[in-house]
Design a protein around this ligand. Structure first.
Ligand SMILES: Cc1cc2nc3c(=O)[nH]c(=O)nc-3n(C[C@H](O)[C@H](O)[C@H](O)COP(=O)(O)OP(=O)(O)OC[C@H]3O[C@@H](n4cnc5c(N)ncnc54)[C@H](O)[C@@H]3O)c2cc1C
Length: 390
């Protein structure tokens, strides 16, 4: 059987590879970088993502590498008052069928690489940057910058926000610079005063600023992302651009002491920034034997923390469609139709959530709007892509 070609060994591509291999469908995963890995940052895996990863046999690996928050809260950016606190702990498996984890992205990535290689040791090709695609009635050929060509029965573009596959399928996209910069860092926990660490995970919405922090790696590191409206700062869409502690500090001057304490504890060489760009949902993302998955299909702003989760849901639905349907084009069409509405909602709601998180929390929390939105987001997280009808 010709393999399914997966372009990109990010969280989405690896999950797709694992889901296909578990069904006995061979894969080739082509990754442009010469080495595997992900950036040093935290990631929230909501129950709708962990339920899929558990269905793929990763329950123990997640338990080993993930942190389950005792509680989650919202504090006021100026007074530090707790606006909302939710007990989490072990209650999530009862409520959602799976827990929520905070993870180091590199740990999650390694878990997926190990699981793929355990089933297919040579499936991942490094140093293979896709530059072209050629499809006909019987198959599809991926053309790489190093001169290699690989033939498969389907090609899945999991090549992220700057997807070459998407450009080939539907043309160049039109990202809009939002004017919002996300600063991120991982702070060793011993650099932080213990009395500022409640709730376990906490967000601070505020006018033009938004601060999120949660622990990873067994509570040894505190991950934070600090969002600031800063249209003139610079606009590069990359995880690897360095920033300075002084830049973050300046953006959050006047914010309550718990936020200042986390920023002050940042190691000087461990601060990065990412310029947020927004893109509209695509009308379609499959043509014949080629489709898109994850950020390549539906890039979204990070204000719901659902980007990787949507890629993980895509992966299992795609594998289930390829297993169930008799032809590849029919399977890809079915996959797209099953994923479009939910991912479109996530894209648009992430945009809206950003608008809310970057505004004055007082009217939102006093009017009940914030509580209503929270209920909607909870409902969205109660979803098991591994068992929806195909
Ligand atoms: C500040 C911020 C915080 C976030 N927090 C969360 C969170 O808490 N929870 C969550 O679920 N999501 C979060 N996200 C979103 C999440 O990071 C992405 O949605 C997710 O990583 C997408 O996975 P992917 O596999 O589609 O793409 P990627 O992880 O970007 O992987 C793409 C892969 O394709 C490779 N590639 C690219 N081009 C080519 C090519 N031409 N040929 C071969 N390989 C190629 C790349 O090298 C890379 O390995 C956040 C995003 C941001 C910006």
């Amino acid at each position: 059987m010709d393999p399914v070609l997966i372009v990109g060994a990010g969280l989405g591509g690896l999950t797709a590879a694992l889901a296909l291999l578990r069904r006995g469908i061979p894969v080739v995963v082509a990754e442009q970088t010469p080495e595997l890995g992900d950036v040093g940052a935290g990631i929230t895996m909501w129950p709708n993502a962990t339920v899929v990863l558990e269905a793929l046999g990763l329950r123990e690996a997640l338990e080993r590498n993930g942190d389950v928050p005792a509680d989650m809260g919202v504090r006021h950016f100026r007074t530090g008052d707790v606006l909302r606190r939710t007990v989490v702990g072990s209650t999530l498996r009862e409520r959602y069928g799976a827990p929520q984890y905070f993870m180091h992205r590199a740990d999650l990535h390694r878990v997926l690489v190990d699981a793929v290689r355990a089933l297919a040791p040579n499936a991942i090709l490094l140093g293979h940057a896709l530059i072209g695609i050629d499809q006909d009635a019987s198959g599809v050929t991926a053309i790489f910058a190093n001169g290699v060509r690989v033939r498969g029965r389907a090609l899945v573009g999991c090549d992220g926000i700057h997807s070459v596959t998407r450009a080939t399928l539907v043309g160049a996209d039109q990202p809009r610079w939002t004017g919002v910069v996300a600063y991120r860092s991982l702070v060793p926990i011993e650099r932080l005063p213990q009395d500022i660490l409640t709730p376990t995970s906490c967000i601070w919405p505020g006018p033009g600023r938004y601060f999120v922090r949660y622990p990873v790696r067994g509570g040894t590191l505190m991950n934070y992302v600090a969002f600031a409206v800063a249209p003139d700062a610079w606009s590069e869409e990359s995880w690897r651009t360095r920033s300075t502690v002084a830049e973050v500090k300046a953006q959050f001057s006047g914010w309550e002491p718990r936020v200042q304490a986390v920023i002050d504890a940042t190691l000087p060489d461990a601060c990065f920034k990412w310029a947020l760009h927004d893109r509209d949902p695509l009308d379609r993302w499959s043509v014949g034997r080629v489709t898109l998955l994850g950020d390549a299909a539906h890039p979204m702003l990070p204000f719901m923390g659902q980007g990787a989760a949507m890629a993980i849901e895509d992966a299992i639905v795609l594998a289930r469609c390829l297993e169930a349907m008799s032809t590849v084009p029919a399977a890809l069409e079915r996959y797209e139709s099953l994923r479009k509405e939910r991912t479109r909602w996530a894209q648009l709601e992430s945009r809206e959530n950003g608008r809310r998180e970057l505004s004055d929390p007082d009217p939102l929390y006093q009017s009940g709007e914030a509580q209503e939105v929270n209920r909607e987001l909870e409902a969205f997280r109660r979803y098991d892509a591994s068992s929806i009808p195909i």
